[in-house]
Design a binder for this molecule. Structure first.
Ligand SMILES: [Zn+2]
Length: 460
């Protein structure tokens, strides 16, 4: 947030948020957006064969574009000529080297396409909560297509572009030093109320809840962890939103943890529709009615480097290939997230690749004294009703610290149950420290991380 904004009175900050909302909307909801949204609403439920042909055509075009205009990919093999679309996609991908973040970061200029006019290229960088931020370049079409995938999901929930909504995100829209309400700002153009995620003390949260009850919004967009704090405040005081008030809640940007989903859906009396996407414009997965994540196959191809397999699923690091961003094609890019792909079809009827979950970054793993990587640790807290929020910290392979916010009911039995669950997953060698706290600090960008393991980060 810049100085000028900070010094403005609230009504002028609302005007600034409205202007920013207008600029954002103009970028996202272009003519290209509407065209792709219409097109993808058709392909979504089409038979898998035609979806694969569509995906193959987009992949072939991207590979040729990379070959012809991206210095780093000058030597790339051309797309497969195989008539069967599924096999052709596999063959084409097999001819492309896997791309690591470090390679991309160190040779960024070589990944830039030479035939996009400079005026059409937008620049930004990954948020870089950990590690180094990566430079990014993308086109207006990439933005429009990402939002086409997002809005296809929202349209399925009966949400329209002009519906009123509430958001809880990382932007600092209320000055940090402000100690009284309102802890939210208005984007009048976008019919949006933006809530600050940096002022959520127990006392202030009651004011947030009051405001949510007052608002006539159709949906909420949020980081799971921010809305979870609000949901807890609602459940603790028995003020849950009546069913039918909200049509949907959309989460993204962090792994949606089981205990967060449970509390949020109960407090707001509606369903969460999660989404997996990243700032590289290279992957998008959207939730279905079964709560699983479907790959938006028009927008990307996702492969799994299989590390674990059984009858039902394969699991491992994801390699993503973006089909939308011509400015810097990401081909077979090891994005740093780990996914579990179902082998069968989803019961919802939507064809194509479907994932049970996508785990956050590598450092979200705890390493045991004997060198095992343990992920999906949020499940430890799923059954622990007396724990409101928890985070696992690890600095050495021999020990972990669990910091947690206990409810009033937390007692000796709950502590034993917690330790039992941890031991189940990490064995008896690990030293475990439990620490009760009033709140768990967020990252600089307002995000919550369930596990922060320095060991996990260094090892992978
Ligand atoms: Zn499904």
């Amino acid at each position: 947030m810049n100085h000028l904004y900070e010094s403005l009175p609230t009504f002028a900050q609302n005007m600034a948020c409205t202007w920013a909302g207008y600029v954002r909307a103009r970028d996202r909801f272009s003519r290209h957006f509407y065209r792709m949204l219409r097109e993808w609403q058709q392909t979504e439920m089409a038979p898998i064969e035609s979806l694969l042909i569509y995906q193959r055509n987009r992949l072939d075009a991207m590979v040729r574009h990379a070959q012809e205009t991206v210095p780093r990919y000058r030597e790339l093999k051309g797309p497969s000529k195989e008539p069967d679309a599924r096999r052709a996609i596999q063959e084409t991908l097999a001819g492309i080297p896997i791309l690591d973040k470090a390679t991309y970061r160190d040779h960024f200029e070589e990944f830039l396409s030479t035939n996009i006019p400079a005026g059409r290229i937008r620049r930004s960088q990954t948020s870089g909560t950990t590690g180094t931020a990566l430079p990014l370049a993308y086109t207006p079409e990439a933005i429009a297509e990402e939002y086409a995938a997002v809005w296809r999901m929202r349209a399925r929930c009966g949400i329209g572009l002009r519906d009123r909504h509430l958001t809880f995100g990382g932007q600092v829209i209320v000055p940090f030093s402000q100690s009284g309400p309102p802890f939210w700002r208005e984007n009048l153009y976008g019919r949006q109320t933006l809530f600050s995620v940096h002022h959520m003390t127990p006392r202030n949260l009651q004011l947030y809840v009051d405001e949510i009850f007052k608002q006539k919004a159709a949906y909420i967009m949020s980081y799971p962890s921010s809305l979870h704090l609000v949901a807890r405040a609602m459940l603790e005081t028995g003020r849950t939103l009546p069913a039918g008030r909200l049509k949907a809640i959309f989460t993204s940007s962090e792994s949606l943890l089981a205990f967060q989903r449970e509390a949020i859906e109960e407090a707001f009396s509606t369903r969460i529709w999660d989404r997996y996407g990243t700032s590289e414009f290279a992957v998008s997965m959207t939730a279905c009615s079964e709560g699983l994540l479907h790959v938006d196959m028009e927008y990307c191809v996702v492969e799994v480097e299989v590390e674990e397999e059984n009858e039902d699923y394969v699991r491992g690091p994801l390699l993503v290939t973006g089909l939308s961003n011509n400015a810097t094609p990401f081909l077979r890019y090891r994005i740093g997230d780990i996914g579990t792909r179902l082998k069968g079809q989803c019961r919802c009827g939507r064809p194509g690749d479907v994932y049970l979950d996508v785990d956050g970054r590598n450092e979200d793993y705890v390493v045991t004294p004997d060198g095992r990587f343990i992920g999906r640790l949020d499940h430890i807290f799923k059954e622990q009703a007396e724990i409101l929020e928890a985070q696992i910290l690890q600095d050495s392979p021999e020990s972990i610290e669990i910091i947690f916010v206990p409810s009033a009911e937390f007692n000796h039995t709950s502590e034993e149950a917690l330790l039992r669950e941890v031991r189940k997953r990490m064995g008896d060698q690990m030293h475990i420290d439990l620490k009760r706290v009033h709140s768990i600090p967020r990252e600089r960008n307002g995000k919550f991380r369930a596990v922060k393991s320095r060991v996990g980060r260094l090892a992978l």
